[in-house]
Design a protein around this ligand. Structure first.
Ligand code: UGY
Ligand code: MN
Length: 247
């Protein structure tokens, strides 16, 4: 039987000024307004310093996300959800994803027990550029490209690379032993969910062992580096704000 004393107050989770590592043992579940038959693990939000909200929705069969007026991105990690708008209906299974523009009325209803990564952010328009339209895709159908020519580090770009989008969501897959070629320090922030495998993440002045299921938020300019460990590839889903002037 679970005994809370067994953790002895220890966790890999860490909350620092420029980064948050949230491991599954510290997840707290609660419904969000309008959500039915499910709970959310809110990984990061403006109260933590982020310019976006990222949560994992755990839905029972028939469970649904609450409404939002801001743009929303979905990525299914378990089960199946059905995204419906007035004109479209799409079943999203693991690896399936969707972008829903701000103000687009829609529903997201689970057909079976499901987990969905949800990213929400107010849209920043760009003069002379139309806002993006609804976009539905499947990771299995996108081509990946090697980062900096390294065939052992593949990037999958889930959203079209056009200036209409003010954020990007990518997958990054590292073969065992592959690593970022540099410590990155950049203006963009990140929300990252480890999907498979693991390795060592450098965040600020700390090095953390990380594994599938862990979430990381990196503030703008957080020094960051990752190297994959183990015998199977390490893969993560990563959000970044993108395509907008910092002023
Ligand atoms: O897109 C990125 O900035 C990415 N290379 N960062 C990261 O993996 N921490
Ligand atoms: Mn980065």
């Amino acid at each position: 039987m679970h005994n809370p004393m067994h953790s002895l107050g220890l966790t890999r989770s860490a909350n620092r000024r420029d980064h948050l590592l949230q491991t599954p043992d510290t997840f707290v579940r609660a419904p969000l307004p309008g959500m039915t038959g499910g709970v959310a693990i809110v990984h990061t939000a403006p109260v933590a310093g982020a310019g976006f909200t990222q949560y994992t929705a755990e839905l029972e069969p028939g469970g649904a996300l609450g409404p939002t007026t801001v743009q929303r991105f979905l990525y299914v990690t378990k089960g199946e959800v059905v995204l419906s708008t007035w004109t479209e209906k799409a079943a999203l299974k693991p690896g399936g994803y969707a972008y829903i523009p701000a103000g687009q009325a829609h529903s997201v209803i689970a057909s079976e027990a499901s987990s969905v990564v949800v990213i929400e952010k107010p849209y920043t328009p760009l003069a002379g550029v139309d806002a993006p339209a609804l976009c539905v895709g499947s990771e299995a159908k996108i081509a990946t490209t090697p980062l900096g020519g390294d065939p052992d580090l593949q990037v999958g770009t889930l959203l079209p690379a056009t200036p209409a989008f003010d954020f990007a969501v990518n997958t990054m897959t590292y073969n065992p032993g592959a690593a970022l070629s540099m410590v990155e320090i950049h203006v963009m922030e990140h929300g990252l969910l480890m999907l498979e495998g693991g390795g060592i993440y450098r965040l600020g002045d700390q090095w953390y062992p990380v594994t599938a299921g862990d979430f990381i938020w990196m503030a703008p300019y957080c020094p960051q580096w990752f190297g994959a460990l183990g015998k199977t590839p390490a893969k993560y889903l990563i959000y970044k704000d993108w395509n907008r002037h910092p002023l």
